[in-house]
Design a protein around this ligand. Structure first.
Ligand code: GLN
Length: 476
């Protein structure tokens, strides 16, 4: 069975037309994973048996002549920091190596209600901290476009699984770019929703004020389908929100669109070929009738330092629960006292990047430094949000590169955390401001994909999806 490039809509049509059954489709993916994933290592664990029995259930519905939802019987992959009841959920950390999720994340419940098939859990940087998936405790994932290169991160396993046709679509999470950057590196579509659009219940927390779950798909329409199911208010996450009449796909067409191009996002240090491709893409919009306006987001230079205070601070608090008592790995037997349990379990369970972030965060939150670092960063976060609010009075969307480079080689940046952090320079502001943004392929450089980032106003996912779709479909 041909799985290459199969979309959710394509698979749905195939199921309804009885070209294949849900069991056959699931079997085909599982067989492809078995063969291809030795090289790519997108998956940390597979859910074969459960997936096949879920698929058999959908086939029953189909043969009974029942109408099925567009997502019913569609095989997907889930980033391994999102809980799926009864499956191992490790966050790619040794500390959770044998942790089995006792319940479903809300987005999973919603997808299961649609009849989704979960093939397995995908690799990530440990606790979603990283930009290359090399920080996984279980070995890196490779980019299906070039196996010598990283798929990006931290949702690298999900992006690689979609690109490698190892699933029809996947879920990722984005705290500072972890959906968009791997989508850009792999050549797929990734949406980071407005903060609060998707419930974070059942997502292993990294930085709670920035984390969002979102879809990674093969095209824009699939992204829309998945987002529409997972978004919305959830009583289990008090930061989730239902925007009512907002988020409408009605409104402007490309012809009367005003695109803002932030000058701070076209800076030295960015690969000139990436800039050229992104500028060419923006030109296409201009030729299609859109007005393009240079804008300024003056606090951009503070975004990265601000993010690397806030994210580790929140992480250090969130990760305090992994203490060798409540969850996962425990060195209780070898410890002499309680403190020793903590030290031994955490020292062994967490990898170097996680330990680095905990130290940074604990330092930034410690008394005497709290005002100087955390409080100040929170103020800068506000200024960054205000920058966006101001320009959004004049423009409908903002366009920029996703990342300064294409996918880099494995090992190239692992030893240099600062170099690694730089790959987030165009993505972190969006999380700090709580905005929605999409990354989708706008071209290639020597066989390596480049993503275009479209940032929208709060709750305007549908607008950015529509604008991105015009490019994808060649309407402009
Ligand atoms: N690369 C960023 C970091 O390491 C973003 C990670 C993410 O979005 N989860 O923090």
């Amino acid at each position: 069975m041909e799985l290459q490039g199969i979309t959710i809509e394509g698979a749905h049509k195939g199921l309804k037309d009885k070209d294949f059954s849900a069991v056959e489709l699931t079997q085909a993916y599982l067989a492809r994973i078995k063969e291809q994933d030795k090289k790519v290592h997108a998956f940390l664990s597979l859910n074969g048996e459960a997936a096949l029995s879920q698929a058999a259930g959908i086939d029953k519905e189909l043969s009974a002549g029942r109408d099925i939802s567009v997502l019913a019987g569609i095989p997907m992959a889930v980033k391994d920091n999102i809980l799926v009841e009864g499956t191992k959920t490790t966050a790619a950390s040794k500390i959770l190596e044998n942790y089995v999720a006792p319940y479903d994340a809300t987005c999973i419940t919603r997808l299961k209600d649609q009849g989704i098939i979960i093939l397995g859990k995908t690799n990530l940087d440990e606790f979603a901290m990283g930009s290359s998936t090399e920080n996984s405790a279980f070995g890196p994932t490779r980019n299906p476009n070039d196996l010598e290169r990283v798929p990006g991160g931290s949702s690298g396993g999900s992006a690689a699984a979609v690109k490698g046709d190892l699933c029809a679509f996947a879920l990722g999470s984005d705290t500072g770019g972890s959906i968009r950057q791997p989508a850009s590196f792999c050549g797929v579509v990734g949406l980071k929703p407005t903060y609060g659009a998707v419930s974070r219940y059942g997502l292993i927390a990294f930085a709670s004020s920035l984390d969002q779950i979102g879809p990674i798909t093969r095209n824009i329409q699939d992204c829309r389908i998945v987002f529409d199911i997972i978004r919305g208010k959830d009583s289990k996450d008090s930061t989730s929100f239902e925007p009512g009449s907002l988020n409408s796909s009605k409104g402007k067409t490309v012809k009367d669109l005003v695109i803002g191009v932030p000058k701070e996002y076209f800076i030295k240090g960015t690969d000139q070929k990436v800039i050229d491709l992104v500028e060419k893409a923006i030109e296409r919009y201009q030729k299609g009738g859109a007005a393009v306006k240079e804008i300024s987001l003056p606090h951009t230079e503070y975004a990265l330092p601000c993010y690397y205070i806030i994210a580790p601070s929140e992480a250090s608090a969130n990760l305090a629960r992994f203490d060798g008592i409540k969850y996962g790995l425990s060195r209780r037997e070898e410890a002499v006292d309680l403190l020793d349990v903590y030290l031994k379990s955490r020292g062994e369970g967490f990898g170097p990047e996680v330990r680095r972030r905990i130290m940074l965060g604990t330092y930034a939150l410690s008394s005497g430094y709290y005002e100087a670092y955390y409080v100040r960063s929170k103020k800068i976060k506000k200024l960054i949000e205000q920058d966006f609010n101001k320009v959004f009075k004049e423009v409908d969307v903002i366009m920029s590169p996703v990342c300064p480079t294409t996918a880099f080689k494995l090992g190239e940046r692992v030893e240099d955390p600062l170099q690694m952090y730089l790959s987030d320079v165009f993505t972190v502001s969006v999380n700090l401001a709580g905005l929605p943004a999409i990354s989708f392929p706008c071209g290639e450089i020597e066989g390596l994909p480049v993503g275009l980032q479209i940032i929208g106003k709060h709750w305007e996912e549908n607008k950015i999806l529509k604008v991105a779709e015009a490019f994808e479909k060649g309407v402009i």
